[in-house]
Design a binder for this molecule. Structure first.
Ligand code: GLN
Length: 433
């Protein structure tokens, strides 16, 4: 399999048509065994033929007929945006999310809607109302979550690229488990309009792909200021692809001792090898301490439970057909109940306000650590994926997120460095930022 860069060249040179590209994926999706794609875009071929016309006229955009799988919590006009929940099983989006408008503008083609953990709550891809997603890269193991279908569609060859959402790890975690690339962009870099909330102060739409170049290219397409939203950032330079370089001379890369203490030794030994490679490429390794890391998980869960509870109040049975509590899975119900409990006035000081204080503390600590280094390198999850269907406790499930939940608002330039860094790790495909 060539790189996506090569495929783009072939598409532009007319060696393959966008229509053939899309037809190939539609055939594969029809027989797929991963339960990765829930709905197919019935207009994809027609859209591809339009792109072919533009290619012939030399005016096709950056994505020139590439197939994009979209997580089922991002609105695509006319397609079922169910959040993999019975609650929204009959909801078809009435508009395109801003990121979808941008993908279409650059001639990317939405191939279908990807399966996911229900309402993006989960780390294993097992909580979808439509059944679990399988891991194409590790048979019998969970694919990670919650953007499980997006990751599996890349690893299983069902689309060129995918988009997902990441609140506390939901892109990075499945990318890591499926051996592909995934990125959670800095908060505010990518417009969130059209994304169905899990927790609005954490959620970001991001990209998944099988190589660094294409994952960065898709980010380049969807990133950038949008006047529709208050938290959108004005970032001047959105060119992520021309800066990819294997040269790490002058880079200071931090590794976190607390990460190592929390992580399975088999993963640690892979990380160690990768760090040594980075050093060989010219980077300077710097030890970093994050002593408040142990507060990250409870802070994340308390805050997101409250935000999720509030986000779900609109599913009251009058607008979307079902009342969420009547039809949702166990994990969703748990979050609604805990969120409702800790939102009560008499408890808010005890839990929610304290969590917000810890959140600022963790952010400060991370920004402080990043002041003297270019980036932090480390494992994505502390343990290897468990067997599909194996019963694990909610707390064990939450602990998959201990290394990813603290990603917060850091300066957007970090993203560029992450990509450069990523390219060096391509050979070690288990590694994902
Ligand atoms: N596993 C985390 C959770 O269940 C992350 C979810 C996400 O990033 N959407 O909350």
């Amino acid at each position: 399999m060539g790189t996506l860069d090569e495929k783009l060249h072939s598409l532009r040179a007319g060696e393959i048509s966008a229509e053939q590209n899309i037809q190939n994926f539609l055939d594969k999706i029809e027989n797929e065994k991963y339960n990765a794609i829930l709905y197919v875009n019935s207009e994809a071929l027609e859209e591809a033929r339009n792109v072919d016309r533009k290619i012939k006229q030399g005016r096709a955009g950056k994505l020139s007929g590439l197939a994009i799988a979209v997580k089922s919590n991002i609105n695509v006009k006319g397609l079922k945006t169910s959040c993999a929940s019975k609650t929204l099983e009959n909801y078809s989006a009435t508009y395109d999310a801003t990121v979808i408008e941008r993908i279409r503008r650059e001639d990317g083609i939405v191939i279908g809607m990807a399966n996911m953990d229900e309402f993006a709550c989960g780390s294993s891809g097992e909580t979808s109302y439509f059944g679990p997603i399988l891991n194409p890269a590790a048979r019998g193991r969970i694919p990670g979550g919650s953007s499980s279908g997006s990751a599996a569609s890349i690893a299983g060859g069902l689309s060129d690229l995918a988009i997902g959402s990441d609140t506390g790890g939901s892109i990075r975690n499945p990318a890591s488990h499926c051996g592909i690339i995934g990125i959670k962009p800095t908060y505010g870099l990518v417009p969130r309009q059209g994304l169905i909330d899990l927790a609005m102060s954490f959620d970001q739409i991001g990209t998944l792909g099988r190589d660094v170049y294409s994952t960065a290219l898709l980010l380049e397409v969807i990133a950038g200021y949008s006047k529709r939203e208050a938290v959108s950032r004005k970032v001047e330079n959105l060119d992520y692809t021309s800066k990819l370089t294997p040269d790490l001379e002058g880079y200071k890369i931090g590794y976190v001792t607390e990460f190592e203490e929390l992580t399975d030794r088999r993963i640690n030994s892979e990380i160690k090898k990768s760090l040594e490679k980075l050093e060989m490429q010219g980077a300077e390794l710097v030890e970093v301490n994050l002593p408040n890391l142990n507060k990250a998980l409870p802070t994340y869960y308390l805050t997101t439970f409250v935000e999720f509870f509030s986000a779900t109040r609109k599913y009251d049975g009058r607008r979307y057909g079902y009342k969420i509590e009547d039809v949702c899975g166990e994990e969703i119900l748990r979050r609604i109940h805990i969120g409702s409990y800790i939102s009560q006035k008499e408890y808010s000081g005890k839990y929610y306000r304290k969590a917000l204080q810890f959140r600022s503390l963790i952010t400060r600590e991370l920004l402080e650590a990043l002041r003297d280094i270019d980036l932090i390198a480390g494992p994505t999850t502390p343990k290897l994926p468990h067997r599909l269907g194996e019963k694990i406790s909610p707390l064990d499930m939450y602990s998959y997120d201990v290394l990813t939940v603290q990603a917060k608002q850091v300066k957007s330039e970090i993203s560029l460095l992450e990509y450069s860094f990523r390219q060096n790790l391509l050979k070690n495909r288990r590694f994902s930022m």
